[in-house]
Design a protein around this ligand. Structure first.
Ligand SMILES: Cc1cc2nc3c(=O)[nH]c(=O)nc-3n(C[C@H](O)[C@H](O)[C@H](O)COP(=O)(O)OP(=O)(O)OC[C@H]3O[C@@H](n4cnc5c(N)ncnc54)[C@H](O)[C@@H]3O)c2cc1C
Length: 393
């Protein structure tokens, strides 16, 4: 393992960094210059078609699934190189990835739990950037308490028939496939009797209804299953074993890409500091102290994340991922508050119809969600308390 607290890299890794940079200059700042900085949290609605094309370009460049084994179509890249790629991508203003759930969630899940046939069928579409996935976990009444899932899937011949509802399904409106947790054994409850199913989105039994967010945009949806179908061969893991597979996916969610995310955070903090300079907020000792705290927090986050990932070996942290999640969610939420405080009374005004948000306003509103998605703060604290510290439930 070459990653240390300060991410020391070898000369060969620096050559790799140069390769990444050169590719991004040629392709992102060349053909795709119009989508630099688009997409991502709070702006997922931007330039969807162009970003789909961009996913394919990334696939052509063999930049998707960098850390996956070579015999599965990846590059077998070390953790250091994966971090380098994510950092350079963010630094170059790479657009928000439409394929992040494909590459970072379902792909690793298939590698860990899928059959060779499932891997052969689904991994190439992910690696080429052609096929987009969404995550069908949450339901009304089953969010933090995921074991409360009520969507049913009954076997009929060679197919499962799904009935039920999911909610907060990010990017379901553009996804080709959804990985769904459904109850396949109604006689069992809680963690038992669930299965992990891969379900094609383009079929009459699925209806997707957008949910408009406080930012005025819509990146997630309600998804209704009404006799939706998928083949039994699209079940990952054994029937009734869905909980184990689903928990595997959640561990991957807090993986190596979080380090790239921090480069984006750094850019946002720099913009807030520049605004503070322009508005005179930098002369306010209280605001100045909060900016310094934010800078320190960012450094602490980076070192914690690197240490966590380095100790995990495969880029999928265990329970320690909960510490990082808690840390960055709170940091980012605080940065959103700082951004509007620094902007002053101007932050209260919007323009356009119905309204257009400034970057500071978008940051403030969107970061309210950071402490909720990917597991709420309270849930992360429960995990840390019970599973890491061994405190009683
Ligand atoms: C931007 C965004 C994108 C999302 N994308 C997706 C997606 O693509 N796919 C998907 O499946 N889901 C998605 N989600 C849903 C997300 O995973 C859930 O919102 C989250 O798990 C919380 O569930 P809930 O909203 O049902 O809240 P609840 O579980 O009802 O929680 C309500 C409150 O109670 C607290 N609480 C609950 N249980 C406990 C407990 N045991 N101890 C202490 N406090 C507790 C929670 O912390 C929270 O404050 C997304 C959410 C957001 C905000």
């Amino acid at each position: 393992m070459t990653v240390t607290g300060d991410l020391t890299v070898s000369p060969e890794d620096e050559l790799f960094r140069a390769e990444v940079r050169a590719w991004l200059v040629e392709h992102l700042h060349g053909d795709f210059a119009d989508i630099v900085g688009t997409g991502g949290p709070g702006r997922e609605h931007e330039a969807l078609e162009r970003r789909r094309e961009w996913e394919r370009r990334l696939g052509d460049g063999n930049w998707i699934g960098l850390g996956w084994p070579v015999d599965k179509g990846g590059r077998g890249a070390s953790l250091t190189r994966q971090v380098i790629f994510h950092e350079e991508y963010a630094r170059a203003g790479g657009p928000g990835r439409l394929g992040h759930m494909s590459e970072q969630l379902v792909g690793p899940t298939l590698l860990a739990f899928g059959t060779p046939e499932q891997q052969d069928r689904f991994l190439p579409g992910i690696l080429s950037g052609e096929v987009l996935w969404c995550q069908g976990y949450s339901e009304p009444g089953a969010g933090s308490d995921l074991a409360g899932v009520r969507t049913k899937a009954a076997v009929r011949g060679e197919e499962y028939v799904l009935d039920g509802q999911k909610v907060w399904t990010s990017l379901a409106h553009i996804a080709d496939w959804c990985f769904v947790i459904a109850r396949t054994d109604p006689a069992q409850d809680r963690h038992r009797g669930l299965s992990y199913l891969l379900v094609p989105m383009a079929q009459p039994g699925i209806r997707v209804r957008p949910i408009v967010q406080i930012t005025g945009t819509s990146e997630f949806n309600e998804v209704f299953f009404d006799g939706a179908l998928t083949g039994v061969e699209n079940r990952v893991g054994d029937e009734g074993e869905g909980w184990r597979v689903a928990m595997g996916t959640l561990a991957f969610e807090r993986g190596v890409a979080t380090l790239g995310q921090q480069i984006g955070f750094e850019r946002e903090l720099t913009a807030v500091v520049e605004t503070a300079r322009a508005t005179g907020a930098l002369d306010d000792p209280a605001l100045c102290a909060r900016l310094v705290d934010a800078w320190i927090g960012l450094k602490v986050m980076r070192y914690t994340a690197i240490r966590t990932l380095a100790s995990s070996g495969d880029g999928a942290p265990g329970f320690e991922g909960s510490i990082s999640k808690l840390q960055w969610a709170n940091w980012h939420r605080d940065l959103g508050e700082l951004a509007v405080d620094v902007a002053g009374t101007g932050a209260l005004v919007t323009e356009g119809a119905p309204y257009e948000l400034t970057d500071a306003q978008r940051l403030f509103l969107y970061t309210r969600a950071d402490t909720i998605y990917g597991g709420t703060n309270e849930v992360q604290r429960n995990i840390i308390a019970e599973r890491m510290l061994g405190l009683p439930r």
